[in-house]
Design a protein around this ligand. Structure first.
Ligand code: ADP
Length: 591
């Protein structure tokens, strides 16, 4: 449908009504005026005819045509009126303007016919005689009730016509002026109505654009004012609802963003509806471009797609462990349940994923640990049991053999003891580190270095290794001296263990701007670089047989790592096979 402005919808009809009303009024007025004019002229002509009748009554009765004619000419001259007198048969007896002898019988003229019939006859007609439109009035002349003729007066109608024409012109002019004024007035009125409407329209457009805080002006036109108030109310309600929705959405987004679980909502076609940052990170998805795209386009893990397919197909929540193959593999626990719309219809699925890689790793570590501990314990126990059984069976006939078996029992018991001791210290350390219960106090690291070297002197001498110490003064840090000494003893012990007799171990304690560095350097066998990343794992040994032979448990460096972590520090190793190793502990410095 073609749309036009309100003014063009109404104004042309309005104008047409004005013009029609004016035309009708003008037509009515002009016909009334014309009638009045006609009445007045005919009245005047009738009066004149009657006055003339008085003068011509006698000559008419006597049939004195000459007198009548001269009277007609005289009176006609005086009254500026054409006067015609006819006898009963319509023959002209006298005429003010013409010679009656040349005039034809007027019996058939309508006004004469009426007058001869006894009534006043009036007629407007074009006069052939005078070559102009004339208005005729004829009155009957009678004596004693018998019609003897008629007197007709006539005046040209042109004067009246031109007077009427002038009147019509004035009417037309005034009509035009009235039309123009009415048009201007009505346009002004329309503007009064359309201006608030235009303001309403602008306001509604602003609302549609989302500028809901703006308000429409309330005019003094009741209907428009009511509409403006309703729109304002609507905008207010909309604004508060949108605010509420935004608030809820923000809350939801904040909740989703702060969740440590990954959340992905998918529609029935597996398109991503929403996902949080955790899910994006876990699945290596760019969260900004994922929305609206099929999950198999944004996350390329077949196991995840299978799970989503299963979750969408079933009515019940599903859960599954998903392995994301890669370097390294990652393990997720996924839970999928239906995504419902406002009517409770299932329109997709919500998948919640938890990264259980660390748990899996811990589980593996625990499993390996148990296996390792069992294995480590089994060897000395088997040896002790074997030696004891041999002694019991009298296997050791010779006293020397008995002694050998007893020494074996003692050696393996000592090994068991050191294993259990290391395990216990490790357990204690882990317990303290995980619970954040390690008690640290400010102390001098140099003193701990000195005391640990002192403790190791004896064993170093046994192994014919020299220890040289260079410790700076005043190396203050937050330390647990007992634990730190334990860690340093482990490092020195290893250095002496894996060094050849006669070699020297250099121990140094220095400080950088914000760290204290304690290093233990040996020139022993060194370690292949492939082993370095796993060196601090429990029971990790480069050469298990040698370690055992040396009385090692494989837990020494694990203890060092835990102690250092409890001190908020780190431990590093640099080693070259065949030339020796340097273990360095970095602790935060107290300044
Ligand atoms: P262990 O009781 O076997 O010494 P550790 O945890 O102390 O256990 O050390 C783990 C392994 O690291 C050792 O078995 C050994 O192979 C290697 N290692 C540790 N310190 C040194 C070192 N100073 N030189 C060479 N190898 C070392």
């Amino acid at each position: 449908m073609k749309r036009r402005k309100l003014v063009w919808n109404v104004f042309p009809y309005y104008l047409a009504i004005i013009i029609l009303a004016l035309v009708l009024a003008a037509l009515y007025a002009s016909s009334e005026i014309r009638r009045l004019y006609f009445d007045e002229i005919t009245d005047a002509l009738e009066i004149r005819a009657r006055l003339i009748l008085r003068r011509v009554a006698d000559p008419l009765a006597a049939g004195d045509g000459a007198t009548i004619d001269s009277l007609c000419k005289e009176l006609g001259q005086l009254s500026q009126t054409r006067i015609t007198v006819v006898d009963r048969e319509g023959r002209i007896l006298g005429d003010s303007d013409q010679d009656p002898a040349v005039m034809e019988n007027h019996a058939q003229r309508p006004e004469i016919m009426q007058a001869l019939a006894g009534t006043v006859g009036t007629e407007i007609r074009f006069s052939n005689t005078l070559q102009t439109t004339m208005i005729y009035v004829a009155v009957p002349a009678d004596t004693d009730g018998a019609i003897i003729g008629a007197v007709r007066t006539a005046n040209p109608f042109t004067a009246a016509e031109s007077a009427l024409a002038a009147l019509y012109r004035k009417l037309l002019l005034n009509g035009l002026i009235i039309t123009v004024v009415a048009t201007l007035l009505s346009l002004f009125l329309f503007r009064r109505i359309t201006r608030p409407l235009a303001q309403l329209q602008q306001g509604a457009t602003a609302f549609a654009d989302g500028r809901l805080a703006s308000r429409l002006a309330v005019t003094n036109i009741e209907e428009i004012a009511v509409l403006a108030e309703s729109l304002n109310l609507m905008a207010g309600n909309l604004a508060s609802r949108i605010h509420l929705i935004e608030q809820q959405r923000n809350e939801l987004e904040a909740i989703l963003a702060s969740m440590s679980e990954g959340v992905i909502a998918l529609d029935a076609n597996e398109n991503v509806v929403t996902l949080n940052q955790t899910a994006a990170t876990l699945l290596e998805i760019d969260p900004t471009g994922a929305q609206g795209h099929p999950i198999h386009e944004v996350a390329r893990f077949a196991t995840l797609h299978d799970f989503i397919g299963r979750a969408l197909a079933g009515d019940r929540p599903v859960e599954q462990e998903i392995v994301l193959t890669g370097e390294p593999n990652r393990y997720l626990h996924a839970h999928g349940s239906g995504l419902l719309d406002a009517e409770g219809r299932r329109v997709g699925v919500v998948v919640v994923i938890n990264d259980i890689t660390r748990l899996k790793r811990l589980e593996n570590v625990r499993r390996d640990f148990v296996a390792n501990v069992s294995h480590e314990l089994k060897t000395p126990i088997t040896a002790i049991a074997g030696a004891a059984e041999t002694l019991l069976d009298g296997g050791g006939e010779k006293p020397d053999d008995n002694r050998k078996f007893l020494e074996m029992i003692i050696r393996h018991t000592a090994r068991l003891n050191s294993l259990v001791e290391d395990l216990m210290s490790l357990a204690r350390l882990e317990n303290e580190t995980e619970g954040g219960k390690t008690r640290l106090s400010s102390g001098d690291v140099a003193a701990v270095v000195e005391s640990s070297v002192l403790t190791c002197r004896q064993i170093a001498q046994t192994r014919e290794v020299i220890i040289e110490v260079a410790a700076d003064k005043n190396l203050m840090a937050q330390i647990n001296p007992v634990q730190l000494e334990h860690a340093l003893i482990n490092l020195i012990d290893n250095a002496t263990k894996y060094s050849a007799p006669g070699s020297t171990i250099y121990m140094a304690a220095t400080a950088s701007d914000n760290e204290i560095i304690v290093s233990v350097q040996d020139h022993g066998c060194g370690i292949k670089s492939v082993h370095l990343p796993r060196l601090f794992e429990r029971f990790y040994r480069v050469d298990a047989a040698r370690s055992r032979h040396q009385g090692g448990t494989g837990l020494g460096l694990a203890i060092v790592k835990h102690v250092v972590q409890a001190h908020n520090g780190r431990v590093e190793v640099k080693s070259t096979l065949g030339s020796g190793s340097t273990f360095s502990i970095y602790l935060p410095r107290l300044v």
